[in-house]
Design a protein around this ligand. Structure first.
Ligand code: CUA
Length: 658
């Protein structure tokens, strides 16, 4: 055993080293011989823990991947916007409500940007938020149990891309519509109009979601905006705290062939929103309450951890043409994508996809320009500031297709260049490139732990690459997206590691493991289980018929179900298995799977109760079993349900061990 372990360990070290050689071999500033150093820097010995947690959005898989850094080990997946058979999320009776929307039950989502909660501008390890791009929603995930605890829908929105970015004390989470749609003046109701009436009828909205101390989310206000496409956002900090910045493209307001028609203007805009002022207006009752039906789904910990849905009918909308001083446009070249505020809060960097420079705006200059009304004009009633008046500088030669920037807290910024496949490091004060490194291939976002907060951990950078091609063993036409870990502790960047990710990670967040580890729940206290269908001991187990509904109050403990023989179920019944796991130990879940059930299995954590619904359609005896390899006698953890014809008079009976 020991020998085997050693052998495989040596082998994996050799593999890491070889990988290092290959990647360093083609790197622009790589040197042969440094690969063993690289391997050592990412090597986390068996039994040891990584220094950082990494939270990566799953893109179109709708989930969130959890990775250890620097090892790049995939350590968990948190189900968020998509049903997940791995634990029954979105399938079990307790979690179905989480995926409820005004469009009905939606089993899938397109997750883009995770964002850690912050206190005083620093990541605090309480929650991570994540947006859904397709059906506009924002989720809050509790980092005490690594579970999705709340999802709020965004009304008057058609795609939620510029989300979910937090203000420095998590007062608000931002959201904005990516696609503008026709909205009726006054009510913002979607309209049945010709698509080519875009310029006349289409509008956008930017939303601010208030977060309470307990984490409850509510839409405090929406701001009505011109019909552009709103792309990304980041909140101000330090001197710029109280402001948020949103990039937009398609200021041309094109409705077809956007690759040409939305690329005409030399400059589009960053919308600078004074959210503190807007929040004050909202508090004073300014703006209008309009119909804006949306769902808020949350896990009710007071009542058994069962998800509940609340429907909210109205939303407050502020019109910046009537409420002065809440929105200004900063002209920005050209079709900007990312917008990132440096740790000092003084500089705002934009990633102009089609721009040859990285424009960096100065917050102080922006304030002066607003004070002096140094406007270039206005756009649909919103003042446009003069580019030259607000510019801190332009970074020349930043690579082709600059997209996103993060910071190391030592005066440097790092920007991904999608087309030229590189990360470019530049000095913020001097707006000068100081280093560059090739990545493989075509990076979208990048992540430095805390790199969009006031206090970055400037040790590692992860490049989230969109194209994988030849980096791993080929897997047919589809390849997992590749992430690359880069050491940024020195003057020169050094490529350390490639690791595959799941889905299509857009953005990611990283945090020192110590901030999260200490809050971990290891099991749920059985005495505190307040689920209405909990069964707290084997003596209390029962099967109860109520018309054609049958409720099975079942328990699990290594290695049996109680009851494990059930009779008296009939075709056409609705059977609810309420399974309580009586274990009180870390990492001992039991699963429950029923043959022919039209849901997934459920995976019940120690001390928890979950419910699987089954509608038997055929006569016979049907097995159920535990899906999680819980003990040496896991395979014996099974039972039978006898299903009789609809008109039979087989009485309900149940037992274990008789
Ligand atoms: Cu319980 Cu396997």
């Amino acid at each position: 055993m020991n020998k085997l372990l050693k052998k495989s360990l040596l082998w994996s070290l050799a593999a890491i080293t070889a990988m290092g050689f290959i990647s360093m071999g083609c790197s622009s500033n790589g040197e042969f011989g440094s690969s063993s150093d690289a391997a050592q820097k990412v090597y986390v010995a068996p039994g040891e823990h990584d220094e950082f947690y990494g939270f990566f959005s799953g893109g179109y898989n709708g989930q969130m991947g959890v990775y250890g850094l620097p090892s790049g080990r995939h350590i968990f997946t948190i189900p968020v916007f998509s049903q997940a058979p791995v634990n029954g999320y979105g399938f079990s009776e307790e979690t179905k409500a989480m995926l409820q929307t005004t469009d009905g039950f939606i089993p899938w989502g397109d997750a883009h940007h995770p964002e850690l909660s912050q206190t005083d501008g620093e990541t605090d390890g309480r929650w991570v938020f994540m947006n859904e791009n397709n059906t506009p929603r924002v989720a809050r995930i509790g980092l005490d149990e690594f579970k999705t605890q709340e999802i709020i829908e965004i009304p008057n929105s058609a795609g939620n891309h510029a989300s979910s970015f937090v203000t420095p004390n998590t007062e608000y989470v931002s959201a904005a519509t990516r696609f503008s749609i026709p909205m009726k003046e006054g009510s913002l109701e979607n309209m049945d109009v010709s698509i080519d009436s875009y310029k006349e009828n289409f509008k956008g909205t930017i939303s601010f979601i208030k977060v309470s101390d307990e984490g409850h989310m509510s839409i405090d206000f929406q701001i009505m905006m011109p019909g552009f496409n709103y792309d990304l956002s980041h909140a101000g900090k330090g001197p710029s705290d109280g402001w948020s910045f949103f990039t937009s493209y398609n200021s041309e307001e094109a409705n077809t062939l956007l690759e040409i028609n939305a690329s005409k203007n030399d400059k589009d805009y960053i919308a600078a929103i004074n959210w503190k002022k807007a929040a004050e207006y909202a508090k004073q009752g300014k703006g209008e309450m309009i119909p804006g039906k949306h769902y808020r789904n949350y896990i009710d910990h007071e009542e058994g951890g069962i998800a509940k849905s609340e429907v909210i009918e109205e939303v407050r909308v502020l019109d910046p043409r009537k409420l002065e001083g809440i929105v200004y446009f900063l002209p920005t070249p050209k079709s900007p994508h990312g917008v990132d505020v440096d740790p000092t809060g003084q500089y705002i960097a934009a990633g102009g996809k089609l721009s040859t420079v990285i424009p960096v705006h100065s917050f102080a200059k922006m304030q002066d320009a607003i004070e002096n009304e140094d406007f270039a004009g206005e756009e649909q009633g919103i003042p446009v500031l003069k580019y030259d008046s607000i510019l801190h500088g332009e970074v020349e030669n930043p690579g082709l297709g600059p997209l996103h920037t993060e910071f190391d807290g030592k005066g440097n910024a790092y920007t991904t260049a999608f087309i030229s496949s590189e990360i470019v490091k530049w000095n913020i004060e001097k707006t000068e490139v100081v280093d560059r490194i090739d990545v493989y291939y075509s990076p979208g976002h990048l992540m430095i732990p805390g790199g969009d907060s006031e206090n970055p951990d400037g040790k590692y950078l992860v490049s989230l690459n969109k194209i994988t091609k030849d980096r791993y063993l080929p897997t047919g036409p589809e390849l997992f997206h590749s992430a690359q870990l880069i050491d940024i502790s020195g003057e020169k960047m050094e490529l350390l590691l490639d690791f595959p990710t799941e889905g299509e990670p857009h953005y990611a967040q990283g945090i020192a493991a110590e901030k999260v580890k200490k809050n971990q729940k290891r099991f749920y206290e059985i005495d505190d289980n307040n689920h209405p269908h909990a069964t707290k001991s084997e003596k209390e187990t029962k099967v109860v018929r109520d018309g054609n509904e049958v409720h099975v109050y079942m328990t699990t403990i290594r290695s049996h179900f109680t009851p494990d023989n059930i009779e008296g179920i009939k075709v056409g019944d609705e059977v609810y298995f309420h399974v309580t796991n009586l274990e009180q130990d870390w990492d001992v879940p039991h699963g429950f799977a029923m043959k022919g059930a039209n849901t997934s299995e459920i995976l019940v954590m120690p001390g928890e109760t979950l419910t699987l619904k089954w509608q038997p359609k055929k006569v016979g005896v049907f097995p159920f079993y535990c899906t999680d390899f819980c003990s040496a006698l896991h395979q014996e953890m099974q039972g039978y349900v006898r299903v009789s014809p609809e008109n039979s008079d087989t009485p309900i009976s149940y037992s274990t061990g008789q």
